[in-house]
Design a protein. Structure first.
Lengths: 249, 424
């Protein structure tokens, strides 16, 4: 009887240890974040509020994305932005300006420029479904409590030499596996951007942040808030959506 | 008596022609160098001030104080409001010749697959033509016309993007409300100013389209005012100040005369000091050369002076004889130096010194400094003051050089002088 009890205790301890160990492993944490954040495709309606020099500028937009490779963004307001459309395929971004009735093509370092005057770059906005575990290796730091929420703290280093954000520091919600706060660093170690999640919602099989802010640390007194009004995961998007014809339509 | 001494001095210098020639030559070369260097520095500084006034400061410049503080980043929202009305009223101020409004912003200039950031200047083509002289710098195509969606760009910018006159260029930027706006423009012409920064980064468009892109009504970032007499800038500034006070043209406007400008008022005097210290070194070298040759002509003649003394010349007479010689040689050398130096400077004043060619184009074009004030051709500026100062300098140094040996040799006894070898 005693032996059996001991055996059971040992088994329980082992299982518990294994479970905690598994969860502690950076790769596993990244994997769980990725399964929340990445999607096959999605349709999103959102507001973008830019806070700069005591001013608030609100823009309304909607987007269709297919994984991390293709996306299409359309601006609905304000009046001067209405009809501006952004198409990303691969590493190339094409922007249609209704005022000029012309398409401009951006690539390379231009993708890191501010999108429509916000703190987000074109890259930030169009690569929201990026898998972290593919590009980064993680290292655990001491756990911290962020706004009353227990968090794993991870530092990520890029596996590739060329990466916009070469290093990242993430505060990951221990229950929901969402990066609540993130500091993004350039290769030289300079803090470039800070993002924070304000609200997380539970969808069918995942948690997803529906309100977040981003601060471009290279700009003074500015931050941009994104509020997702509607999001549909894994819907059918016709191939035609990601063509230049849709830009001009 | 005194005229005899002067005659004797003259005879002395005409006696040993070779010695006189080389001494005069040394002074000539020195003074030529001095005149050339002085008029070169003068020309460089004047042309820098001139170009700064034409392109940047006007005679009086109006902008918001925030814009003036952050000028380097070109804050789009720092605007002089109701700029059209303000310009109209400034135009009525006495002594005002020209009022030029400008809208300035950074933008992305795009052609097909190529994008390049640049600085766009929204201007009135007819007014800018007068104070910047841009229409004369067009090297291909033609100058801007009013009310047409046309752009002129710098030569180096055009080369970098492979743009020719007649091509279409898309201008994209965020407006004052952080909306992104784009307009296509027809490249009407390409200009070359010789200033690398301007040729590499600037694009000019008619002001109404700049205002459309920025969505800034009829305001502008800067108003440049040109006067009939630029020395009356302070007076004009205070009249303009009264107009600004009386209307709604924006909060805290800076009204700066060209003398108060950061570049003309602070940077250029500093640069001038640097150049003047270089001139100082040239001056010292010239002085040393003259001193040396003048010293030699006295020291090698101690025995001769001994003979003169033995013949009955007084110490005073010996002294003045040597000074007189120095005066003749100094005058001759300075005079020919002035003739050659002035001739050279006056000639270069017409043709200019082309640095771009001397240094090689590539190297010149790599000097991409914002607000660089030196063009690729520098025209020396010869003034009467330079001529007179240089002449007197040559004369003064020549005389100064002989004072001590003249005094020393005049005090020597004939016997000592006979024995004296080449030492002081």
């Amino acid at each position: 009887m005693k032996r059996l009890l001991l055996f059971i205790i040992i088994v329980i301890l082992l299982v518990f240890q294994m479970a905690t160990e598994e969860a502690n492993e950076p790769f596993e944490i990244l994997n769980r974040i990725d399964s929340n954040m990445t999607f096959k495709n999605a349709y999103v309606e959102m507001d973008m509020v830019i806070n700069i020099k005591k001013r608030k500028i609100k823009k309304v937009m909607r987007s269709w994305s297919e994984g991390n490779s293709r996306s299409f963004i359309e601006f609905l307001s304000p009046a001067r932005d209405k009809g501006t459309k952004i198409l990303k395929t691969g590493k190339i971004i094409k922007i249609y300006y209704p005022s000029a009735e012309r398409v401009m093509r951006l690539s390379g370092h231009m993708l890191r420029q501010s999108m429509m005057g916000s703190d987000m770059s074109y890259e930030d906005m169009t690569e929201r479904s990026k898998e972290l575990k593919e590009d980064y290796t993680g290292k655990m730091q001491m756990d911290e409590i962020l706004d009353g929420q227990k968090c794993y703290v991870l530092t990520l280093t890029s596996k590739k030499k060329k990466q916009t954000y070469f290093k990242r520091k993430m505060w990951v919600d221990k229950e929901k596996y969402i990066g609540l706060k993130e500091e993004l660093y350039s290769k030289s170690g300079k803090l470039v951007k800070v993002s924070k999640v304000i609200e997380i919602k539970l969808f069918k099989n995942r948690y997803y942040p529906v309100e977040m802010t981003m601060e471009d640390k290279l700009r003074k007194n500015s931050s941009t808030r994104i509020v997702i009004k509607k999001i549909d995961f894994n819907i059918d998007i016709p191939d035609e959506m990601f063509t230049e014809r849709m830009l001009l339509k | 008596m005194f005229s005899n001494i002067l005659k004797l001095g003259w005879k002395n210098i005409s006696r040993n022609k070779k010695r006189t020639f080389f001494t005069v030559l040394a002074i000539t070369v020195g003074i030529t160098m001095l005149i050339f260097a002085s008029s070169y520095i003068e020309g460089m500084m004047n042309s820098a001030t001139e170009i700064a006034k034409r392109m940047r400061t006007g005679h009086v410049r109006i902008m918001t104080s925030e814009y003036s503080r952050l000028e380097r980043v070109m804050p789009k929202e720092e605007l002089v409001l109701n700029s059209e009305e303000l310009s109209g009223r400034i135009g009525e101020v006495r002594g005002v010749e020209l009022v030029s409004q400008m809208v300035k912003f950074s933008a992305l200039l795009s052609k097909n697959e190529l994008n390049e950031p640049g600085v766009v200047m929204g201007v009135d083509p007819e007014i800018v033509k007068v104070h910047m002289g841009l229409s004369e710098m067009i090297i291909s195509g033609k100058y801007l016309s009013r009310k047409k969606k046309e752009v002129i760009i710098g030569k180096l910018f055009a080369e970098k993007m492979g743009i020719k006159a007649g091509d279409e260029l898309l201008l994209v930027t965020t407006d004052i409300n952080y909306s992104t706006y784009a307009l296509p423009f027809n490249v009407s012409g390409i200009f070359e100013t010789g200033y690398t920064y301007m040729d590499k980064h600037l694009a000019f468009i008619p002001i109404e389209f700049a205002r459309e892109i920025l969505d800034c009504g009829n305001s502008s970032h800067e108003i440049l005012v040109y006067l009939k007499d630029q020395e009356k800038a302070a007076g004009a500034a205070s009249s303009i100040d009264k107009i600004v006070e009386s209307g709604r043209f924006g909060e805290s406007l800076d009204i700066l005369t060209w003398q108060e400008d950061e570049i003309i008022g602070q940077l250029m005097p500093m640069a001038k000091k640097v150049w003047q210290s270089i001139l100082g070194i040239i001056l010292m070298i010239v002085a040393l050369v003259i001193l040396n040759t003048m010293l030699m002509i006295v020291m090698e003649r101690y025995q001769e002076i001994g003979v003169l003394k033995a013949l009955g010349l007084k110490s005073k007479e010996i002294f003045f004889m040597i000074v007189a010689e120095a005066l003749y040689i100094g005058a001759l050398g300075s005079f020919s130096g002035v003739i050659i130096g002035s001739g050279l400077s006056a000639w270069l004043e017409k043709t200019g010194i082309n640095f771009a060619e001397m240094m090689g184009k590539e190297m010149w074009e790599s000097f991409d400094i914002p607000l660089a004030l030196y063009g690729n051709i520098i025209y020396p500026d010869l003034t009467t003051a330079i001529v007179i100062k240089s002449f007197l300098f040559g004369l003064f140094i020549a005389i100064l050089a002989v004072l001590y040996p003249a005094w020393k040799s005049s005090k020597m006894l004939p016997a000592e002088a006979f024995r004296a070898k080449l030492k002081v």
